[in-house]
Write a protein that binds this ligand. Structure first.
Ligand code: GTQ
Length: 352
């Protein structure tokens, strides 16, 4: 579908200048950049090693309080899109630090957020009146337009990965936000209530979902880890994914969040996956284990060695292959639900 740029003549150039004054431009000069044979993403494969990030994150804890910062986060900015506050074109990612005794004040916004706990335990996030104490590896949801505040009554720093659909909401110009007058929202139900009500294959009779987001807002690591290991004990791994599960909304069976898909996967020791690519650029958080991931093709190919708490990005349509040294667990998220809803999502499992 590449045609090459049409010839530039004096007559054409002067025509372009004339129409430029009327805020018009010739499609044939930009068509090849707009309609590409395959995705042409500015997103680059990149890894943020936790050993590099952590000292800066802790330094940020000396520079500003969670209260003053509102959210004390170091944004993981894709090197191909510096200044855009995004990890892929459609996804925002950041590492949030909350120190003992701190509170990140209550607010709500139309952007949906996911938290994936990276280090420390005992901080909480409160969503719609319910607090959830965080453990490493937990996946926690803040649905669109729900009040949320974070606090850390423990005696250790707690760090989590924030994943938000900020770039998409910005693109659609559909962002709203407001603050609660108080720093923390009132606690109206006991911790774990959302799990007992919605995570035991039952829902209250007559239940009507209030939103497209899963009513289970916390998916504990103990459960997702056990599920993966049980699979590994009884089934053969997928050649491209190892043992990979997606988190679901039990009420609909669909993705846990309307805009972002979330996954947890186990790649046992010495796994060599086959090359795989899909159109949803993906952010990974390494939970356990180590290995390397090869991303891209030809001159653009990079090999990134990873270990626990590292974060990396695989761009849209870039093939990736994993090699593991030890049992490795990866959490990941992407914009797949949006692409699927629009009929745009594609994958390529290669010929292997
Ligand atoms: O915790 O509410 O990393 O609103 C970016 C925007 C976290 C949050 C971020 C946010 C939040």
């Amino acid at each position: 579908m590449t045609h090459g740029a049409p010839a530039q003549t004096d007559e054409r150039r002067s025509f372009y200048e004339q129409i430029d004054r009327f805020s018009m431009t010739p499609l044939w000069e930009v068509l090849d950049a707009l309609v590409t044979p395959v995705p042409a993403s500015p997103c680059l494969p990149h890894i943020w090693r936790y050993d590099d990030a952590r000292p800066h994150l802790m330094k940020s804890g000396e520079l500003i309080t969670a209260q003053e910062a509102v959210r004390r986060v170091l944004v993981l900015e894709n090197p191909g899109m510096r200044g855009d506050s995004c990890a892929t074109r459609s996804l925002y990612a950041g590492l949030q630090l909350i120190l003992p005794g701190e509170v990140a004040p209550a607010h709500r916004h139309t952007q949906s957020a996911l938290r994936f706990v990276v280090e420390g335990r005992g901080a909480y996030t409160a969503v719609d009146g319910e607090r959830r104490t965080m453990e490493p590896g937990d996946f926690i949801i803040t649905p669109s337009w729900t009040w949320h505040d974070h606090g850390n009554p423990s005696d250790e720093p707690v760090v989590w990965l924030d994943g938000l659909d900020i770039p998409v909401v910005r693109f659609l110009d559909a962002g709203f936000a407001e603050n609660l007058p108080d720093d923390t929202q009132p606690v109206s139900h006991d911790e774990g209530r959302s799990l007992t009500r919605y995570a035991n294959n039952m829902v209250p009779v007559g239940y009507e979902p209030e939103s497209l987001t899963s009513p289970i807002f916390a998916y504990p690591y103990a459960q997702s880890r056990a599920t993966l290991h049980d699979m590994a004990g009884h089934e053969n791994p997928d050649p491209a994914h190892g043992y990979k599960m997606q988190f679901i909304n039990p009420v609909t069976g669909s993705y846990a969040m309307p805009t972002m898909a979330t996954f947890m996967q186990l790649l046992p020791t010495d796994t060599h996956t086959t090359a795989y690519r899909s159109t949803d650029g993906t952010v990974y958080s390494v939970v356990e284990g180590s290995g390397e991931v090869e991303v891209g093709e030809g001159d653009g190919k990079v090999v990134m060695a990873f270990g626990p708490r590292d974060h990396f990005v695989v761009p849209s349509w870039a093939p990736s292959r994993f090699r593991t040294e030890t049992d490795t667990v990866l959490f990941s998220f992407s914009d797949r639900p949006m692409q699927k809803a629009l009929g745009l999502w594609r994958e390529d499992r290669g010929n292997a």
